[in-house]
Ligand binder design. Structure first.
Ligand code: GTP
Ligand code: MG
Length: 469
């Protein structure tokens, strides 16, 4: 069952749309082009933008969000431009949507619904489809009352005010329960997929150094991913070109490599339950050892986008690992006209504000060597030579050592507990912590790895998923 509670807007192709935005004093949109992002989203969804309407307000006007005069202006625009859809930049309540639809005789949706629609059309894997359907149902469910009272009027039925229990009200209850039941079934399916995925992510993390590429949508994440790895990620000058995560190896040179993941982009003001629905897609980033924040510094809104990205990272629990800011599309800065430059920070200004950032161009490849050197030096912290004696049957641990550690030599031997291999190896403290946290029995420099007094590993440095119970 696909959601059919609100008429699906699945095909916005070539639909004439009118964009509406209310600029509140708290608004985070671009003051020079307040509807720029909504326009890009609408075009990504396939709509044809026929007109735009803007209003400055200190606060929304209750019933219709925009003022009375503006509603009338909108109704005239809809008629004259032959618009089939009105898209609001602001989040609307179900009753506001209903009032606006009645007054304009046109379908109305808000920014979140538009984003969901884009996701729905792009979702190709079972996981993405489940996530989208759950998010759609949860976003739609609270709108059911408005839907049914609307229907009551359309069909000439009794008005469905709050507290009335007509046939529509019963239908409403039935539908709510159906929606709830459907969400429960979908969640169970999704949980199964997610549990498997989470295991894979944690296994990858235990065996490799992992880097999660994150950033605002269209910042250039997939372009960077393709530049670092064998690539294959879809790149497009569109919002939400990437929906699913990809993981590939990035060779840093000198025989060292790390695993890099590319994932869905972030966007401002995404309703919280939507972020929650896509949390699993971000699992690779949440558990990565290191996070790259890709920022499009040729976008006027870069400072606000950076703030959004940092907020979402905190929200999804990616708080403990280092984050490296990458000032991407730096190649575009010199070519921009005088006016554009006036509203942009220069690279020098960015560097002064974010001293640990690295300027890159994913398309040209500038800054990538510096990036690789940075990752190499931060990968294992200061490296120390240790002798690791590991029983041969601890094959997973041996595998992890071979992958994660710079092995200087290997010697095989046998004692009363059985066959073992003794690695002389150079490794950083956090890699050592992670080897210990696997729980395998082995010796480090002649001492038991587990429970050694004074501790080889401080509990806090062991990732939570690897800690002993
Ligand atoms: N000039 C320039 N363009 C870039 C650079 N990096 C990416 N782009 C362009 O920016 C657009 C978006 O790139 P993507 O790599 O798809 O961006 P993304 O962050 O993966 O976007 P989503 O997956 O949609 O969130 C494409 O047209 C790229 O060619 C860069 O360093 N310089
Ligand atoms: Mg992408």
């Amino acid at each position: 069952m696909q959601t059919n509670i609100r008429e699906s807007i699945e095909n916005l192709s070539a639909e004439a749309a009118i964009l509406v935005g209310v600029r509140l004093s708290t608004s985070k949109s671009d003051w020079l082009d307040p509807l720029g992002e909504l326009r890009a989203l609408a075009e990504t969804a396939g709509a044809r933008v026929a007109g735009e309407l803007l209003q400055n307000l200190t606060k929304p006007r209750g019933k219709t969000y925009i003022g009375k005069g503006k509603v009338q202006e909108l109704a005239v625009m809809v008629k004259e431009l032959g618009a089939r859809i009105v898209i609001f930049d602001n989040e609307l309540s179900p009753s506001q949507i209903q009032s606006l639809e009645e007054e304009t005789h046109c379908k109305v949706l808000d920014r979140s619904e538009l984003i969901l629609d884009i996701f729905a059309n792009r979702a190709t894997t079972r996981e993405a489809q489940l996530q989208v359907e759950i998010a759609q149902l949860e976003y739609t469910a609270p709108r059911l009352r408005a839907m049914w009272s609307h229907l009551g009027q359309v069909t000439g039925g009794a008005p469905m005010g709050v507290g009335t229990r007509g046939p529509g009200e019963q239908q409403l209850e039935i539908d709510r329960r159906l929606v709830q039941a459907r969400v429960t079934v979908l969640r169970r399916d999704l949980d199964g997929i997610l549990a498997r995925k989470e295991r894979e992510v944690l296994e990858r993390r235990a065996e490799h150094f992992t880097v999660g590429i994150v950033g605002y949508t269209n910042a250039g994440k997939s372009t960077l991913f393709n530049r670092l790895t064998e690539g294959g990620a879809y790149v497009a000058d569109k919002l939400f070109a990437t929906l699913m995560t990809r993981v590939e190896a990035w060779s840093l040179g000198g025989g060292e490599s790390v695993l890099v993941s590319d994932t869905v982009g972030f966007i401002r003001d995404l309703p919280h339950h939507l972020v929650a629905s896509f949390r699993s897609t971000l699992a690779d980033a949440v558990h990565a050892h290191l996070i790259f924040i890709v920022l499009d510094v040729s976008d006027r809104l870069a400072p606000a986008q950076l703030e959004t990205v940092r907020e979402v990272l905190d929200d999804i629990g990616a708080k403990s690992q280092p984050r490296l800011l990458l000032l991407n599309k730096s190649d575009r800065l010199p070519d921009l006209g005088y006016e554009a430059k006036q509203s942009l920070r220069t690279l020098e200004e960015w560097k002064a504000l974010e001293p640990d950032s690295i300027a890159i161009s994913s398309t040209l490849g500038t800054g990538i060597d510096e990036l690789a050197a940075w990752v190499k030096s931060h990968k294992g912290g200061a490296r120390v030579t240790h002798v690791l004696r590991v029983p041969l049957q601890a094959s997973r641990l041996i595998d992890a050592i071979e992958r994660r550690v710079e092995v200087v030599s290997r010697e095989y031997g046998c004692n009363d507990t059985g066959d073992y291999v003794e690695f002389t190896a150079r490794l950083g403290a956090h890699v050592l912590d992670e080897l210990i946290a696997t729980g395998a029995q082995f010796m480090i420099d002649g001492k038991e790895a587990r429970g050694a007094k004074g501790g080889w590993a401080t509990k806090s440095r062991v990732p939570p998923h690897l800690r002993d119970a």
